[in-house]
Write a protein that binds this ligand. Structure first.
Ligand SMILES: [Zn+2]
Length: 281
């Protein structure tokens, strides 16, 4: 049930406990339009959220250190916090990763080039859980049946952290959607894929088996505006500001299961969903 500004009950409850704050209190929210809420937390709290999001792996986490359940550690250093977002994406650290905030609600594709919540991925963090190389990740990849009539009706993701189980829940909910919605997730472009992010050397979320791309024919990707130019230009600007085509009803199904959506990024990728529960807690 939505109220006048499109904020649902869950969002209002979250706002009431003070984690999520509104536009008036948080100018960063303006980047995402007026229909969504944006959380901000200090580093210590953000690390605590990381611990809650990955209980199978994280024993403890604070602003100084992350302790894995096998007793190995990752040091948390806030390296040059004022770096541009594009630089944090290119050279990520764990603190910068923890200090990105994903908006909830039916947002607009943001107009602020720094609004890419989730694109900072510190690879050692993900490699520790999902596997340090292709073979290690592949050992935990399973097929999730998918409501698609066009291609092979499944997508491949990791079973670690319950990702496959959660995606199964997503698939079941999508299968029950009215017919006009099905063209968006029919013929999915895929899940596990050991590729780097296009135009970069960095492992993609697909390489860890935590991401799914739905139908490319119904989606928009910022790199398509580059006309095949290589690299990932730091100063890229939208030429033609895209109008998202993916219905928010579909986005909500994924978000409820811990998957963020690339349609909330300035560097938009509206086919892309990625298991990042820490950004939705
Ligand atoms: Zn993707």
């Amino acid at each position: 049930m939505k109220n006048a500004v499109g904020i649902n009950k869950r969002e209002l409850a979250a706002a009431a406990i003070g984690i999520w704050i509104s536009a008036e209190a948080n100018p960063a929210r303006a980047a995402f339009g007026t229909n969504c809420l944006l959380r901000t937390s200090p580093l210590n709290q953000a690390m605590g959220i990381l611990k809650r999001a990955y209980p199978d792996f994280i024993e403890d986490a604070n602003e100084h250190v992350l302790v894995w359940r096998d007793r190995t550690q990752l040091k948390v250093q806030l390296f040059a916090p004022d770096r541009a977002q594009s630089e944090k994406i290119r050279n990520p650290d764990l603190a910068a990763q923890a200090l990105q905030f994903y908006p909830i609600g039916n947002c607009e594709i943001p107009t602020d080039p720094d609004a890419d919540p989730g694109r900072i991925r510190y690879a050692p963090f993900f490699a520790k859980m999902y596997g340090t190389d292709h073979a290690a990740v592949a050992a935990n990849i399973v097929r999730v049946p998918w409501p698609s009539i066009a291609r092979a009706p499944f997508v491949q993701v990791t079973k670690i952290n319950g990702v496959a189980g959660r995606l199964t829940q997503v698939a079941n909910e999508l299968a029950a959607f009215p017919k006009p919605f099905h063209k968006y997730f029919d013929n999915p472009a895929g899940g596990f894929n050991a590729r780097p992010i296009a135009g970069t050397q960095r492992p993609s979320a697909h390489a860890f088996g935590i991401a799914v791309d739905i139908n490319t024919a119904q989606s928009d990707y910022w790199r398509d505006e580059l006309n095949g130019a290589p690299g990932e230009p730091a100063t890229w600007r939208h030429k033609a500001f895209p109008k998202n085509r993916i219905p928010f009803e579909i986005v909500e199904v994924f978000e409820r299961q811990g998957f963020i959506w690339g349609g909330k990024w300035y560097h938009y990728d509206t086919m892309h969903f990625e298991y990042r529960p820490e950004l939705l807690l």
